[in-house]
Design a protein around this ligand. Structure first.
Ligand SMILES: [Fe+2]
Length: 352
């Protein structure tokens, strides 16, 4: 496994780059905008392909690198389903998995610092965001923070992990880089409370000033989504309602770019082909499945995904590859569901 811990000294943020092997897919956790060049250089040096960028929560102290990384690598952005961020490619919840080649991250919902705080567990390491810090815990006094929820997240979820699980937080201001669950249980001063009420009292009386960057970082991090209106202005988008009229037509192929687990969990558009986003380049290139389909049958390719972000990137790539009738469903299956579009579940799904 390739594992790198990177530090932004301005905000005290740790960013993690993970991959299963040299030459393989990589994932980044909590990237900082100003450090994006550095991350991409490292990705190249280690011969990796960045495919996912994850934020543990909506940050208040720095601008996320998610949008810039997506724009420069076409990677998939990932956050929790509660996030206030306008659009990310994939929203995850407790029990989901974030997967790349050779690696799975188990998703743990650990609210309290914010209501969209998640932790990610893989191979004896847990990335705790600002829920559990080294000898500390994340503040709970803004962005729908809640000390009672944080107590529950820490005591009933994170501290239930094996003692030797390595703890990698999103921040440290003292120079510590890693801890373990056992160490934090024994030595974290914030966790030396007798009850949840005592913890709530402690957290409610910290009287911390707001982060310096808060007024800039929070609005910027909310508006992280790709500008789907620019795709629509080029005539490359249809609304969910328009897509319903196209669905089932002989001259249209609706193409689902999501992962198998997303299709199983959220349902799919009836009759849609499945062509996962990571394989897009091969599929739209000469000799690729979608290239041949469009060419041989003259069908119009209509991409969709979860929220329209992957499909917007797919349209741009398909248009560049010469599939000039390609478009996407703006807002993805989320918009389709809101428009009461029909769904099939995987177990009854027609194999196409
Ligand atoms: Fe935070």
């Amino acid at each position: 496994m390739i594992f790198r811990q990177l530090f932004d000294s301005t905000s005290g943020t740790y960013t993690y780059l993970i991959a299963s092997r040299q030459g393989g897919e990589a994932l980044i956790i909590d990237p900082v905008l100003e450090k994006v060049d550095r991350y991409l250089q490292l990705v190249r040096e280690l011969d990796l392909k960045l495919v996912k960028a994850v934020d543990t929560h909506l940050h208040a102290d720095h601008i996320t690198g998610l949008g810039a990384l997506r724009d420069r690598t076409h990677c998939i952005t990932v956050m929790g389903e509660q996030t206030a961020a306008d659009v990310v490619s994939m929203r995850v919840a407790e029990g989901d998995r974030v997967s790349i080649e050779g690696l799975n991250l188990d998703v743990l919902y650990t609210p309290g610092h914010t209501d969209d705080s998640y932790s990610f567990l893989t191979g004896g390491r847990v990335f705790t965001g600002d829920t559990l810090l080294i000898r500390g815990t994340g503040r709970t006094d803004f962005q729908n923070g809640d000390p009672r929820q944080q107590y529950d997240s820490i005591f009933n979820k994170l501290l239930k992990l094996p003692d030797d699980t390595l703890v990698y937080p999103a921040h440290d201001y003292k120079g510590d880089t890693v801890s373990t669950i056992g160490e934090e249980r024994r030595f974290n001063p914030r966790l030396k409370v007798g009850s949840v009420d005592e913890y709530v009292d402690l957290m409610n009386n910290l009287n911390l000033p707001n982060p310096k960057m808060m007024d800039v970082a929070v609005p910027a991090n909310i508006h992280v989504g790709l500008h789907q209106d620019e795709i629509a202005a080029k005539g490359w988008a249809v609304s969910a309602v328009e897509a319903m009229a196209l669905s089932g037509r002989a001259d249209v192929a609706i193409v689902d770019l999501r992962e198998k687990a997303e299709r199983e969990k959220h349902g799919a558009i009836p009759g849609a082909l499945h062509a996962p986003y990571p394989e897009l380049r091969e599929n739209i290139g000469i000799g690729g499945m979608l290239h041949e389909l469009a060419l041989a049958t003259g069908k119009r390719i209509v991409f969709y995904c979860a929220f329209g972000e992957r499909s917007a990137m797919a349209v741009e790539a398909a248009q560049a590859a010469g599939l000039i009738s390609a478009c996407h469903i703006e807002g993805g299956i989320d918009a389709w569901k809101k428009a009461n579009g029909p769904l099939v579940r995987h177990d009854t799904e027609r194999q196409t």
